[in-house]
Design a protein around this ligand. Sequence first.
Ligand SMILES: Nc1ncnc2c1ncn2[C@@H]1O[C@H](COP(=O)(O)OP(=O)(O)OP(=O)(O)O)[C@@H](O)[C@H]1O
Length: 306
Amino acid sequence: MTASIETGIEMPDNPTTPILELMDVGKSYGNVHAVRGVNITVRQGEVTCVLGDNGAGKSTLIKVIAGLHDYTDGEMRVNGEIRHFPSPRVALSSGIATVYQDLALAPLMSVWRNFFLGNEMHKGILGTLDTKSMKRICGTELSKMGIVIPDLDRPVARLSGGQRQCLAIARAIYFGAKVIILDEPTAALGVKQSGVVLKYIVKARDAGLGVIFITHNPHHAYLVGSHFIILKLGRVVLDEHRDRLTLEQLTTEMSGGQELADLSHELESMDPAKVVAPTQGKAHVAAPELSRDELAEVVAEEKETE
Ligand SMILES: Nc1ncnc2c1ncn2[C@@H]1O[C@H](COP(=O)(O)OP(=O)(O)OP(=O)(O)O)[C@@H](O)[C@H]1O
């Protein structure tokens, strides 16, 4: 193992060995197959984007990698070794950190207290809190990753959503993450704040981490992603590297891809004269108009079948 100069994070000696690999991984809850046959390779210095609609299996995938649930099929390898994590703590000690949407920050506590929450530094025989060192390290780590928070005593509740996300990510990196899973980090943010987080994802990537970016948003994913996986009903329906995929293709695939194309053809083939504009909130299709002769034919046919 070697340590990255920037972050002090241990990296595999052979950089070609993926940090994390899922091979045909499946997870069932009783009869419900939440994910099936999932293959994902996460490498250091790459952002792997996992996209999918509601119910696609994203949360289940996070839970499997983060050690909340064990997988029921396939293999998960960390640095080439097959692993089953019995708990999130074990996943974390193996360098896999997850930043959930609720961030696990204490809003009324200061920035530096949150940075060290659960990992406080102590000094002297009385074991008093080493406030000075914690503030110094917190400031250095945040500025190393390009986050400027002038007052580290400020309560976290007074930071912007983007800054809070970055603080949670910086904390995970400082405490040894090699793979960082970001659960929809831009979902609740506006454009500017999303930009703050996306820049930070790039910084984490450039510091040599393997980033798994879970999102609904193909535009955000495409700005930072090295490769893209779309899950649908628990299966991988797209797995492509950036150089083989355009934003347009990714957006189309995310919004339904082939299904939308089929629907579009179906709609185009419908006679517009037979589709009536919505009336009082209800769309209806007009009954086909028949000529007198056609009507007589239909009546005759119906009589025959009676
Ligand atoms: N604990 C559980 N027990 C039974 N079924 C579950 C459980 N958790 C998830 N599922 C099912 O597994 C499938 C995938 O759910 P999952 O929550 O992983 O999807 P998701 O992509 O994260 O969706 P969302 O974006 O809505 O959170 C769904 O059909 C869901 O109902």
